[in-house]
Write a protein that binds this ligand. Structure first.
Ligand code: ADP
Ligand code: ARG
Length: 342
């Protein structure tokens, strides 16, 4: 393996932080699961338009390749190497109000967390057999869920193209063929061991073996962030009794991509903001102030349509779940106010 060079137009964190010295110091290291620097940087080397460019193979990757990962983590999350992540998902004394009681701006609200199982390597290097074993373990637990969370598991293998497309278009299911994931090894053996669990009214969903082994999702129409988050916490409380997740005292929940460490939580609204869409400076200043991120309406790496944006918390590590929720709550409140007076 030789030191990769990047064209000057490359802006990924990988290209910014992978110096020759760092590369030489890390290039022969290997985690117990066999994950190497070469594997960690492959996605960013092959996809020059990456914003980050690295993935992990297991919890140990974040320690062994810390000289690279820590710089990226600090830059993205503002989380220094001497910090420790803290979790808090208790919102019982929060007075979150309905953000858009007349239903003028917010179409839907979604909160997801990424989770990976303790004792397994991450999806980048998991074997086919381990992926199937993991799927079975997860499905056994999900099938036991009761009440509002009760539902069924639909494996991707054997799912008709029509059903798959409908679930994708309705924003319930992950897409296929993401080239960043492909380079990282996360699409190996597609669609084996992958699938989606959802309750009967599709307000609680679990993606199995996509970028992370689990993406646990609560979503519904409208802007009731409190209700969406509370459903997610109820589900997490139940699932955590049966499954143990990969968690580090320093970095919180371990994820394939360093952007998802910590809370691994992305709370988002689909929101219609036609006036702010034409006042980009004002729009961006609110986004920056509240640590938010804009995505397109079909998810990451897509464009907004009809002035509908996916607005979510950008920070996931070094803030608690409640603090990340405060970012989105206050940020969306400010966006709606700005739209109203524009
Ligand atoms: P993730 O949220 O898991 O990081 P994506 O950004 O790709 O990944 O989004 C996954 C799917 O969730 C996409 O179909 C996206 O449109 C949908 N989605 C995200 N936020 C919302 C929301 N607030 N309402 C409805 N669908 C949403
Ligand atoms: N690897 C991609 C990039 O660097 C995505 C990074 C963040 N998103 C994610 N889904 N992990 O642009």
């Amino acid at each position: 393996m030789t030191y990769p060079t990047f064209p000057p137009s490359t802006t990924s964190y990988l290209s910014k932080y992978l110096t020759k010295e760092l590369f030489e110091a890390l290039k022969d290291k290997k985690t117990v699961n066999g994950f190497t620097l070469d594997m960690a940087i492959k996605s960013g080397v092959e996809n020059l338009d990456s914003s980050i460019g690295v993935y992990a193979g297991d919890e140990e990757s974040y320690e062994l390749f810390a000289p690279l990962f820590d710089k990226i983590i600090e830059d993205y999350h503002g989380f220094g190497a001497n910090k420790r992540h803290k979790s808090d998902r208790d919102i019982h004394n929060k007075s979150y109000k309905e953000l858009d009681s007349k239903g003028e701006y917010i179409l839907s609200t979604r909160v997801r967390v990424g989770r990976n199982l303790a004792g397994f390597p991450l999806g980048t290097i998991i074997s086919k057999e381990q992926r199937y074993e993991l799927e079975q373990r997860v499905v056994d637990v999900l099938k036991e869920l009761k009440g509002e969370l009760e539902g069924e598991y639909y494996p991707l293998m054997g799912m008709s193209r029509e059903t798959q497309n409908r679930l994708i278009n309705d924003h319930f299911l992950f897409k296929e063929g993401d080239r960043f994931l492909e380079s990282a090894g996360l699409n190996r053996d597609w669609a084996e061991g992958r699938g989606i669990f959802h309750n009967y009214n599709k307000t609680f969903l679990v993606w199995v073996n996509e970028e992370d082994q689990l993406r646990i999702i609560s979503m519904q129409k409208g802007g009731n962030l409190k209700e969406v988050f509370e459903r997610l916490v109820t589900a997490l409380d139940a699932i955590e009794q049966k499954l143990s997740f990969s968690y580090s005292e320093r970095l919180g929940y371990i994820s394939s991509c360093p952007t998802n460490l910590g809370t691994a939580m992305r709370a988002s609204v689909h929101i219609k903001l036609p006036k702010l869409a034409n006042n980009i400076d004002k729009f961006n200043s609110i986004i920056k102030k509240y640590h938010l991120q804009i995505r397109g309406v079909d998810g990451e790496h897509t464009q907004s349509k009809g002035a509908v944006f996916d607005i979510s918390n950008r920070r996931r590590l070094g803030v608690t779940e409640v603090e990340a929720l405060d970012d989105i709550y206050s940020g969306v409140e400010a966006l709606i106010e700005a739209e109203r007076v524009s």
